[in-house]
Ligand binder design. Structure first.
Ligand code: ARG
Length: 461
């Protein structure tokens, strides 16, 4: 006999096997949406009552039953049943146990298809708001670090070869910019998440006089989804969110790669606080940058979740298909991974030790001010290509002497161009080099401090 507890058991002559039950159920993971499911149900019931479909008594019973259920869920006493498949039927069944027929009327003019689409959107909206807050926290942590090191010189790299001096503060601000765009992307995605599917019912709409605009208002949705087939079936908003999350992780993965390099004794630029590192079971001297390495690794799984969702969607005919049940685990995993990563990162960046002496020494090893010498010659009238050639010869000479350009005598420098005069000394120092790049977006400490001020204002601190 078919399990009479199911919400759809009437037409079936044999029960599903335990394996199929486990295979098709989603309650183990979708119970995470319990609170938003109840929120959606209460709004739906309120709308149905106003439309005259439910009585005031029904609505009151539903409201009080749901309040009890919410309590049970929050206290961990709610009994989740695999037989009831998913979060929606678990909650509806419990409501009916508590309040009888009014509970059975709740599903009027609704389907699990528009219900689940609504739940995911409500859940994701909350997750986005939380993530934007966490991105801002990390930005603030980077701003503090940037401020401390607005004038700390380090080599800037291209091709991982020393290129030109930059300040460590400027380097940190590059990530503040990336994270700023990440937060913008989340906020932009939120607009498309924040639309109401309820009222679409299974796929075609409902025969009941639903007031979707009113339900949307009750749930703080900005608009309603305007095509019922689309409303229940598309998960593009979840894909878009995942893409934004992947980009955020990608930015943090790049920063991780840098922290790992910088912490290697070959660089020695920074140290990461012990609480973010672990040792080796065999090599007693080791202190490994595990957290950044894991961030780099977990970026792979978040990118994988994006590909999962894209692949999940690509073969689905309209409208709802059960395939869509598979949207939740990748989505939840992305939210969890990204939120943990952002939290840890904000704390970790506050605790890094910067080694300005090692950074300064590295600047000297790479002829980082060669461009400054070329620019100097150009300002004295030499065409840039000729200046480039003269400096290349000077670098080759300095390399043979194992000296930095700033360590060459004036007469040695003058052998490469008679335009070089005593005022070259300041130009060839790292401090002179950074101070000279004094325009919006440049690395001059002055500009770095201006940018920090702008960001603090933008973030409201
Ligand atoms: N658990 C399902 C999901 O996550 C809910 C919707 C089920 N709808 C259905 N017609 N079987 O998508």
């Amino acid at each position: 006999m078919q399990d009479s507890k199911k919400g759809w058991s009437g037409r079936f002559t044999e029960p599903v096997s335990d394996l199929v039950k486990r295979y098709t159920a989603s309650v183990d993971f979708d119970k995470r949406m319990a609170e938003v499911d109840i929120q959606g149900s209460l709004a739906h019931a309120t709308m149905l009552q106003r439309a005259g479909v439910l009585t005031a008594d029904d609505l009151r019973a539903i409201q009080s039953g749901m309040a009890d259920i919410l309590d049970e869920i929050r206290h961990g006493t709610f009994e989740w049943s695999l037989d009831l498949e998913d979060v929606h039927m678990n909650i509806e069944r419990r409501l009916t146990e508590k309040i009888g027929d009014a509970g059975k009327r709740l599903h009027t003019g609704r389907s699990r298809n528009d219900q689940v689409a609504t739940d995911i959107r409500l859940y994701l909206r909350g997750a986005i708001d939380m993530l934007i807050g966490l991105v801002h926290d990390l930005q603030l942590s980077l701003l503090d670090l940037a401020e401390k090191h607005a004038a700390t010189v380090m080599p800037g790299f291209t091709h991982l070869q020393v290129a030109q001096p930059v300040t460590f503060g400027h380097h940190m601000l590059a990530y503040v910019e990336m994270l700023g765009r990440d937060a913008e992307r989340f906020a932009d995605t939120r607009r498309r998440v924040n639309r109401l599917p309820l009222g679409a019912a299974a796929l075609a709409g409902t025969t009941f006089p639903v007031d979707r605009q009113y339900t949307a208002e009750l749930l703080n949705f900005e608009a309603v989804c305007e095509n019922s087939l689309d409303a229940v079936s598309d998960r593009d908003f979840a894909i878009e969110f995942s893409a934004a999350a992947s980009l955020t992780m990608t930015h943090l993965s790049r920063l991780s790669e840098e922290l790992i390099l910088w912490m290697s004794p070959r660089f020695g630029f920074i140290d990461i606080a012990d609480r973010f590192c672990t040792g080796s079971s065999i090599m007693p001297q080791k202190k490994n940058p595990d957290v950044p390495e894991l961030v780099r690794g977990k970026t792979g799984r978040v990118n994988g979740n994006l590909v999962s969702l894209l692949t999940l969607m690509k073969g689905q005919p309209l409208a709802y298909n059960k395939d869509n049940q598979e949207d939740k685990e990748p989505l939840f995993d992305t939210v969890d991974t990204l939120s943990d990563t952002l939290r840890i990162y904000a704390d970790m960046m506050r605790g890094i030790t910067v080694r300005p002496d090692c950074m300064a020494a590295a600047v000297k090893q790479g002829y980082a001010t060669a461009t400054d010498l070329a620019d100097y010659l150009v300002k004295k009238g030499l065409p840039f290509r000729d200046a480039h050639e003269a400096v290349a010869l000077a670098v080759r000479y300095a390399e043979e002497k194992r000296k930095d350009l700033s360590e060459l005598q004036l007469v040695e420098l003058q052998s490469f161009s008679s335009l070089i005069e005593a005022d070259i000394a300041e130009v060839l120092t790292a401090d002179g080099s950074i101070a000279a790049r004094d325009h919006i977006g440049g690395t001059a400490p002055n500009q770095v401090r201006l940018q920090i001020g702008k960001w603090r204002q933008r973030l409201g601190v």
